[in-house]
Design a protein around this ligand. Structure first.
Ligand SMILES: [Zn+2]
Ligand SMILES: [Zn+2]
Length: 334
């Protein structure tokens, strides 16, 4: 759990002691109405938890309280405002809107609501109910929900692992044009444990995913070429694919290219070029590349050694979650 989130939940317990207990009841069994201010369910005219009047909502656009379906401040429709609110990264802010929209079977809201129950955010954890919500969201062939169920069976969370079922869901999601679904199917054919290994099918599926915009799938194509899977090893082609992945925005590819040029693997060693790729990857948020830049600046690889720059990159990498960078920074400062 993130620090922010745990602070929020602490605040929630203090401010709304009733919610965590009351909301263990799944919304479908709720009669009456959902308070758009705190997300509780009410039967009387006032919300039993926050005492707001029934139907009161807060416009996300102009920050006005409203009672009618159109905002009196800016003219935004209530449901449009709730849709914005439901994607708020602050789970507590998003909760009333998520709950309300899920009641009308909005698939995104059902997915979001399922996450609350899966992780026990705001509500008591209820994994059976979370699964039911994911299935409900998927019942209309909604791509992201089908993907989610594929991942649930693939990883064995909420349910025992079942690769046949995950494949079925990935296939359904792929049919809905979800690029990552093609990638997952490709990995099944590459690994060959659930289905017979078939590198040609894997290649076709990765290609489909890549062409639908999944940048990382170019990496998988590259690794088939570099590994000589179902073909002769072809580093030239692999390198082309890595570059395509990087161009399509894959920071994993930028980082990997940085490594290849630094190490002189598959390509002629070129530290300056390696450093440039690491910079691109780091700018795109890749923590491993940030750490690698720290190393490059500390030891002068592809650049003059510069301990100030090294410390700066180690710090960035550490803040992005790399424990080894925190150690390196500490050692550098000794
Ligand atoms: Zn309320
Ligand atoms: Zn407004």
């Amino acid at each position: 759990m993130s620090r922010t989130l745990s602070f929020l939940l602490t605040a929630l317990l203090i401010l709304f002691p009733v919610i965590t207990g009351a909301e263990a009841v799944p919304p479908e069994s709720v009669s009456g109405w959902i308070c758009l201010v705190c997300g509780s369910s009410g039967e009387a005219d006032l919300c039993p938890v926050c005492s707001s009047v029934r139907g009161k909502w807060f416009c996300q656009e102009c920050h006005t309280d409203n009672m009618t379906e159109i905002c009196r401040g800016c003219g935004q429709a209530r449901d449009a405002s709730l849709r914005i609110q439901s994607t708020d990264t602050n789970r507590l802010n998003a909760w009333p809107a998520v709950r309300y929209l899920a009641m009308s079977n909005d698939p995104d809201a059902l997915l979001a609501l399922a996450e609350y129950y899966e992780n026990g955010l705001v509500v008591q954890r209820d994994r059976t109910y979370a699964l039911a919500l994911y299935e409900k969201a998927a019942s209309t062939r909604y791509g992201p929900a089908l993907m989610k169920l594929g991942n649930i069976y693939d990883e064995g969370v909420l349910v025992p692992r079942d690769y046949f079922r995950s494949m079925e869901y990935y296939q359904l999601a792929a049919d809905q044009g979800i690029p990552e679904a093609w990638w997952y199917l490709g990995t099944y054919y590459e690994e060959g444990s659930t289905v017979n290994r078939n590198y040609e099918t894997a290649r076709q599926y990765y290609r489909k995913a890549a062409e639908l915009g999944d940048a990382d799938s170019w990496m998988s194509l590259a690794s088939l070429s570099a590994g000589g899977k179902g073909m002769e090893r072809d580093f030239t082609q692999a390198l082309e694919y890595y570059e395509k992945a990087a161009e399509a925005g894959s920071h994993l590819a930028m980082d990997y290219l940085g490594y290849l040029y630094m190490a002189g693997e598959m390509v002629e060693k070129n530290e300056a070029k390696g450093l440039a790729y690491y910079h691109r990857a780091a700018d795109a948020g890749n923590a491993r590349a940030m750490f690698a830049l720290g190393v490059a600046y500390q030891y002068g690889q592809g650049t003059e050694a510069n301990l100030t720059e090294a410390a700066r990159w180690y710090e960035k990498a550490a803040l992005a979650g790399r424990a080894d960078a925190a150690l390196a920074l500490h050692a550098l400062n000794q």
